[in-house]
Structure formats: structure tokens, C-alpha cells
Design a binder for this molecule. Structure first.
Ligand code: CP3
Length: 341
């Protein structure tokens, strides 16, 4: 039974630094690609046996200290009544995005036990199959990041239409953000009831907002989610690029904060204070370097974080073209360095 991730999240000492990788269940694994040939994305997500198999692959094949449920943040807008398509090599498309008050009337706060029960079934089955080998992390998108897709209707580097929606129709935007928040709270509570041991909130686009807008448009809703889960399981907030608000994120009471590779561990620690756990922050593209370079740079990262209050991870999701051996070198170097502390 490996529960070092939970020990660190509870503020206890662990034998060594726990390690997992964002988006670890996915396209860099040959066994995942085999299932991808046979089943569509939402078939994989909605079939508990497939989701379980994919969730466990990186635990068995790469040796990570936690599993993260195979699903997607976009199942929430789907459950709220929006169509979501995942198009090969193009990413997500929402053909009828939210842009007006009339559009908002098309969506609703769903009964998660009806619309998202397949996620809860997948969690129960995964917990059974994991048999406590490692903890299971559940997740959801932050309301702002979900709004980005619901309004823009597709991926974007700037999400300018989503921002324009917030800046020109603030009342509608906040109504939508609150609907997403309420759905997300019910959804994450359902994940906890089904058995997840911790949850991560992915605010992938938090860094597109100014510090003031981040508070107003994103963090005030994340704060509600963290508060709602306070007595349930530990929470990790990953707001990519929003390093300016680490102090405010720590004040939400979340147990851990994810950081990306554009901030040093030392500065992140200064901003976040001494109590919260930091998670991160290896540049995912650096996993494309030769293995000796990976080993050297992971060691440097580990030394920069120091012993304790750290969960080793990438600074964003693993890229599909990373060789499995390189992912293993990342995981093994974390284990070696921190076992000798
Ligand atoms: C923004 C976002 C999305 N989804 C997610 C985020 C937040 C994290 C981040 O910023 O990377 C979160 C996510 N998506 C997926 C997981 C699975 C669990 C894990 O291993 O981390 C998680 C945690 C599977 C997935 N979700 C998706 C895939 C790839 C499609 C496939 O394999 O068929 C996987 C494995 C599709 C997806 N889903 C999304 C995009 C933009 C795409 C297409 C681009 C891409 O492929 O990365 C939305």
C-alpha cells in the first residue's frame, strides 16, 4: 500500500517525494493507442471497464505514486446540456457555444447522479482494481477554464471570445460561472462518495487573466469549490500561469498548489508561504531530451524544491510524443533522489 501522496497532502512526513504526471493516462502509452484505435474518445470515457484499464496503465507501466481517473474536464459542459465533440488532431469542438442570454437558457445544472453516473461507476471499479496500490485522484476543470470552452467553442491560445464575453456581459458570465461552480461541487462530491482520495482542479487557462481578473473571474469560484470539499478529501489547485496569485490560492485552504516551469520552486515557495504543498514543475517538453539530460535536470528540480511539502509532477500535461522510457526516467529520478534524503 503506497499512500505517500496522501501523507504529503495531509502534512505528514513521507518516506520520499511522491510523483505523478498530469495527463499520464494517454497517448504516449502504446497500450492506450491500441484502445484508441478500437473505441472513440467518449466510448473510452463512458465505459467504466475501459476508463479503469486506461487509468491503471501508467501505475503499472511507469510506476507513478497516484492514479488519476481517465476522463475529461469537458464532461461537465456535456452534462449541462452542451454538445461536445472530440475531433482527432483538432481537439474539442462545442458546435453551439454560449454567447447570449438565450444560449444560457439552453443549459442547466444537471443531476450529476443521472448524467455523470458513468464517472462514479468508473471510480468504484478503478478503486476495486487498484486495491489500494496507490491513491486515486479525481478532478474537474475550474469554472473559468470550463467557461473558456463553453463560450469559445474550441481550443484557443488566447480565448479572446471567452474574455470578451466576461468583459462585455459580466452579469451573464457570472451567472454561467456560478452554474458551472454548483455543478462542479456536486460532481466532485459525487467523485468523493464513489471513492477518490484527493481532487485536482485544473485551471489550465487561469494564466490568461490579469491578477485582478483572476480573482474576480476564476479564484472566487475555485474558493467555493475548495470550501465545499474542506471536510471531504485534500484539494490540489493547478492554475497554470497564475503564479501571481499563489498566496491567495494558498489562503483558500487547498492542501496543494500546482506550478508550471516558468516560476522557480524557490520563488513559488516565497509567494505561497510555508504551509501549502507545492506540486510540479518539470517542463513537459524537456521529457523529449536525452535520458541523461532528463536525469540531471530532474535532480536539479528536486534540489530546488527541497525535502518535504512537494509532489513531483510536470508543469503541465505530458506530451503525446514522449517516449515511455523518458517518462520512466522522470519518475525513477524523483524516487532515487528523494529516497536518499
Ligand atoms: C484543458 C483540458 C482538457 N482536458 C483536461 C484539461 C486540463 C488539463 C490540461 O490543461 O491539459 C484534463 C484531462 N483530459 C484527460 C485527462 C485524463 C487523466 C490524465 O491522465 O490526466 C485529464 C485530467 C484525457 C484526455 N483528453 C483529451 C485526450 C486526447 C484525446 C485522445 O486521446 O483521444 C486525453 C487523453 C482530449 C482533450 N481534452 C481537452 C483538450 C484541449 C483535448 C485535446 C487536446 C489534447 O489531446 O490534449 C480539454
Amino acid at each position: 500500500m503506497n499512500d505517500i501522496l496522501l501523507k504529503v497532502l495531509r502534512g505528514e512526513e513521507a518516506e520520499r517525494t511522491p510523483v505523478w504526471m498530469m495527463r499520464q493516462a494517454g497517448r504516449y502509452l502504446p497500450d492506450y493507442m491500441k484502445l484508441k484505435e478500437k473505441y472513440s474518445f467518449f466510448e473510452r470515457v463512458q465505459t467504466p471497464e475501459l476508463a479503469t484499464e486506461i487509468t491503471i496503465q501508467p501505475v503499472e507501466q511507469v510506476g507513478v505514486d497516484a492514479a488519476i481517473l481517465f476522463s475529461d474536464i469537458l464532461v461537465v459542459p456535456q452534462a449541462m446540456g452542451l454538445e461536445v465533440q472530440l475531433i482527432e488532431n483538432k481537439g474539442p469542438i462545442l458546435p453551439e457555444p454560449i454567447q447570449t442570454e438565450k444560449d444560457l437558457q439552453r443549459i442547466y445544472i444537471p443531476d450529476v447522479n443521472e448524467t455523470l453516473s458513468y464517472v462514479f461507476d468508473a471510480i468504484q471499479l478503478t478503486k476495486k482494481e487498484l486495491n489500494n496500490r496507490v491513491p486515486l485522484i479525481g478532478f474537474a476543470g475550474a469554472p473559468w477554464t470550463i467557461l473558456c470552452y463553453m463560450v469559445q467553442g474550441k481550443g484557443s491560445k488566447t480565448f479572446d471570445e471567452a474574455k470578451a464575453f466576461c468583459y462585455t456581459q459580466p452579469q451573464l458570465a457570472h451567472q454561467l460561472l456560478q452554474m458551472i461552480t454548483d455543478t462542479t461541487i456536486a460532481y466532485l462530491k459525487g467523485q468523493v462518495a464513489a471513492g477518490v482520495d484527493a481532487v485536482q482542479i485544473f485551471d489550465s487557462w487561469g494564466g490568461l487573466l490579469s491578477p485582478g481578473d483572476f480573482e474576480h473571474i476564476s479564484l472566487q469560484y475555485i474558493r467555493q469549490i475548495v470550501a465545499a470539499l474542506k471536510d471531504e478529501v485534500p484539494t490540489i489547485i493547478f492554475a497554470k500561469g497564475a503564479w501571481h496569485s499563489l498566496q491567495n490560492m494558498a489562503a483558500t485552504g487547498a492542501q496543494a498548489l500546482g506550478i508550471d516551469w516558468c516560476i522557480s520552486p524557490q520563488i513559488a515557495r516565497k509567494f505561497a508561504g510555508n504551509n501549502v504543498v507545492l506540486q510540479g514543475n518539470f517542463d513537459p517538453a524537456k521529457l523529449l531530451s536525452p535520458v541523461p539530460v532528463i536525469e540531471k535536470e530532474v535532480k536539479e528540480m528536486m534540489l530546488a524544491f527541497g525535502k518535504g511539502k512537494h509532489i513531483a509532477n510536470l508543469g503541465h500535461g505530458i506530451l503525446p510524443n514522449v517516449p515511455v522510457d523518458h517518462a520512466k526516467a522522470f519518475v525513477n529520478t524523483v524516487k532515487e533522489v528523494s529516497s536518499n534524503w
